[in-house]
Design a binder for this molecule. Structure first.
Ligand code: ATP
Length: 266
């Protein structure tokens, strides 16, 4: 898989993006964040940059959690994207990225659903994770680093370590990784521009159509403790999850923060 092939498949929407493929790294998010800060290797970024790692050894999830993958058994990549917007405008970005992944995978014949706030599920199992981190460069440019991991062939041992059901991308979609990465980059570039000009509003209906738990009873957890219980309705205009609890007439709106959602098993 070469940067040139990914670029060829990405087409004109991603023309101004740089693409790099490395054999192995700790975390593609960490690498790009270091470059934005101008530290470590001082190769500061001045254009949207896609960094793909064939093997990622220290993948990150939210709140210091780990994103685990085996060598060459996942697509692991990050896109650094400069935004001409204040930091608060990026709150709903993980939701727009989830929509993008789902729409591109649909083009490859793979149906997925979205779990609020940042997971992509295939047949109810976690297929992909999204981790967005932000940084301001020394020139004050705000960047979002959009990290994405998609499982291709999860080894059984790793699956046990994760302890929750995971899914692999069907082989038909994963046959040509450069083709898939090119399509994802093209979709992300288009949708990041749309997010910049229209905000999350352009993605709310699309997200709600893909909502994995629409109308279902769910639990909202904070470090394993239940904060709320109710029926998940969907997201509102700023990306909060609307939850119909037994207590109130109108739904409550939940901010993402570091909380987790689980289906309620009766
Ligand atoms: P929650 O599901 O509780 O909302 P999260 O999805 O936000 O958490 P992330 O921080 O996005 O969690 O991802 C890290 C979590 O995902 C880990 O704690 C682990 O449970 C799970 N995980 C780690 N690696 C993988 C993987 N390759 N495939 C699927 N799930 C994974």
């Amino acid at each position: 898989m070469s940067a040139a092939r990914i670029a060829a498949f990405a087409g004109h929407h991603a023309e101004q993006c740089r693409i790099e493929v490395v054999a192995e790294t700790g975390s593609t998010n960490a690498d790009l964040l270091a470059r934005i800060a101008g530290g470590v290797d001082s190769r500061t970024l001045n254009a949207p940059t896609l960094l793909v790692a064939l093997t990622q050894t220290a993948g990150r999830g939210r709140a210091g959690r780990a994103w685990l993958t085996a060598p060459s058994a996942a697509l692991t990549f990050s896109l650094a994207w400069p935004f001409a917007a204040p930091l608060q405008a990026l709150v709903g970005l993980p939701l727009a990225v989830g929509v993008t992944i789902a729409e591109i995978l649909a083009d490859f014949g793979v149906e997925v659903q979205l779990k609020w706030p940042n997971d992509v599920l295939h047949k109810g199992r976690k297929l992909a994770g999204i981790l967005i981190e932000t940084a301001t460069a020394p020139d004050q440019q705000l960047w979002a680093v959009i990290g994405i991991g998609i499982n291709l062939a999860m080894p059984e041992q790793l699956q046990e370590q994760i302890g929750r059901p995971t899914a692999n991308l069907p082989v038909t979609a994963a046959q040509d990784r450069a083709l898939l990465l090119g399509a994802l980059l093209s979709g992300l570039a288009q949708n990041m521009r749309q997010f910049e000009s229209e905000g999350l509003a352009a993605f709310v209906e699309r997200w709600n159509r893909l909502h994995a738990f629409a109308g279902q009873q769910v639990l909202i957890l904070d470090q394993g403790k239940t904060l709320h219980e109710g029926r998940a309705l969907g997201i509102d205009q700023i990306g909060r999850l609307l939850l119909q609890t037994d207590a109130g007439n109108s739904p409550i709106a939940i901010m993402a923060g570091d909380i987790s959602l689980r289906p309620k098993e009766d």
